[in-house]
Design a protein. Sequence first.
Lengths: 689, 183
Amino acid sequence: MAGSDPADTFRQEAQELLELLEQTLLDLEHDPGSGELIASAFRALHTIKGSGSMFGFQRVADFTHHVETAFDRVRKGEVAPSHELIALALTARDHIRRLIEEPEQAGEAEGVAILGELKLLVDGGAAPEAGAPAPAAAAGDDETATWRIRFRLPRDAMTSGNNPLPMLAELRGLGTATVVAQTDGLPAFDELVPTDCYFGWDVVLTTDQPRGAIESVFLFVLDEMELQIDRIETEPDGDERLGEILVERGDATPEAVEGALARQQLGELLVEAGAVTGEKVAAALGEQKLRREARAAKAADSIRVPAERLDELMDRVGELVIAQSRLKQVAAASDDLQVKSVAEEIERLALELRDSTMGVRMVPFGSLFGRFRRLIHDLSRELGKDIQLVTSGEETELDKTVIERLNDPLVHLIRNAVDHGLEDPAGRAAAGKPAQGRISLSARHAGAEVLISIRDDGRGLDRERIRARAEANGLIAPDARLTDGELFQMIFQPGFSTAAQVTNLSGRGVGMDVVKRTIEALRGTIDVASRPGDGAEVTLRLPLTLAIIDGLLVRVGNGRYVIPLSAVEECVELPPEEDARARGRSFLNIRDELVPFLRLRELFKATTPPDRFQKVVIVSSGEVRVGLVVDQVIGDHQTVIKSLSRLHADVETFSGATILGDGTVALILEVAHLVEYGQVQEERLKAAG
Amino acid sequence: MTSTPTTTAATTSPGGAIEVLTIDLEGETFALEAACVREILDLVPITEVPDAQPFVNGLINVRGKVVPLADLRLKFGMEPTPPTIDTRIVVIEVEIDGEPTTVGIRADKVYEVTQLVAASLSETPKLGMRWRPEFIRCIGRRHSDFVIVLDIGRIFSCVLGAEAPGVGAAPAERQVAQLATTA
């Protein structure tokens, strides 16, 4: 991120910190006694304040300072983290965010009001004390101790505005200090970047201040730096101390120690002197090596990449996969063994590259859940309902684009569940349910799909009301026999839901029809299940990724088509006697289950003579299965999905197209639509007799 | 394989002339504004879209992009015919619903990029036309022949949604076009 606008860097960092703060505060609400959470909230506030003033966000710094002061008192145990305080802190967090993102919009009065309330809460109405928190305030720990502090700043510390010198000066100010700079991190002269910080420091400090005072020196950089603070205990065993110090201080010249160990010198010397056993030295050095490696691994933990670069990478990989399948075809026609083996190697590499690129784009679902906790918290206050949010499957990963586009529909579904699903406290008591309502949010993988479900334990969907409304709107015939699933789908009809509902809270976001459209645009489906009085469950089925899928390539007449492999259950041969029955009953007996089948030749109006042995590809969508009769099953195909243009917006049978190895275009079948079509046909046939 | 006409930034030169690409559809000369033409391709394998309207029932691969292929003849009530050695695909860019879309157009022959001078342009006569007037921007004269300058944006904007039956909308339009499937 070097070279970017520092203010942008601050905004980005602050956003992460604010998110962390929000999560911490919400956690704190459930676990008010946790000192760790309070400290974490305090640290987030402190960092926002510090870097805010460093990058010229003075209003942010000023406001945050007061919130931090309040939390400092919470940290010291002088004030309890009550629900009111947490709710207020959340409001303050939102205000900080506004101050950073849209300073013109953030009213001064609002900030003053929040601070006023805060003072009232923290001081119990007493006169506020607005001074900065004294770093060495905590009393009770005035025992003088000697500390060994070893720290190393991140390489780019100085470019991001940190300076080690004031830190060292501050350390010196705490007591008697000896400072030794470690220069082992210095690279060769021609590799040296003058603005980078290569030094580490060892400080031995004798002070009457507590450990926290030492830590607070590094508060700004604590997250990225290496810091080790050990209390040096005076041990009576003199012989042991030599070895310990050598090994402990080994960091200072690790190469020398390792080299010496390799030459058996240090170890031999130590063992000969009877100070330590050889194994002890080896073990200690081994441990050191491990620790260093772990630290190095941690430093390379993650990097930030702009999202559009990932999209670009995905496009390139898509093109590579297409080129690779062309190569595969060329190689298959060739007799050259070398070409064949290279083609195979390229195929393997391309697939691995595809998988890891898709992996890079995967984001854990938990990143969305976090936002919903806040939503539930706010809704709970707004509606006066006590709600518990239970989440599972946070680690389930989904394509970044899918996650982003899921936010709005999920917010709407949750609002709906809270507003219309959950009863008010009186209603719950009357129904004999616990006062606290429950919203469960879960995500899990199922094959190449991800299932996300939103469940509430409220009153459930009102079947009669939905039916009456659907009939009134002319969506269903009065005598139509519908399953619950079909009936509940009616709530996704445009303009259906709101009027039949009790309140209009959900009018803020998107309507249910928009939810459905968004999910379908993601090539997903929605199922609704509900039992009266026992809540409702909305399940979203989504594909893992939008860009590339595994497909099954089939031929119908002259045309080649791709069926998403995730929908394919099995392939069977069409029995000749079924085939002979040109029209009429179109059912297959698949392990004692009747599966309707569709002749794609008829659907696509193929004019060529049919292959003698027709194949049936059994596909499923949700719970329903249908067979698709094709001329030939060609094989699996890495399918890079290209969407169809606006000119084909009316085409429902195909969800997109792809480019095959020989450069021709193949269409991708929309299984959900075909299954639906098959069902309609099945019913027509059943009705006919 | 491809010859990209040199398109100038401004279609209309100072003299009021427009730069066009002239093509042949069943012996009749049509013109497309050169500014919207991207490239001209030899005939490539065409994938039929079974569910689509006959007029745009094909897809082709243009440099790794999937591009719809339109047969304007079906818009003008002409019969679909099998491709010949002269058949070309003109790749154009046109705005559909505000979205710039790349579309291929089948031409029986591609002639040239040329200038039609203002004086030779005349308003579309309302009567005596074989073609639907709303699809035609104007009629120009080149040498002793008429050139019909097409209104590409209009043609594609009424692909979507309800289409009013026009003057020349022949039954052929409803006929299933059996163009070259995957060759």
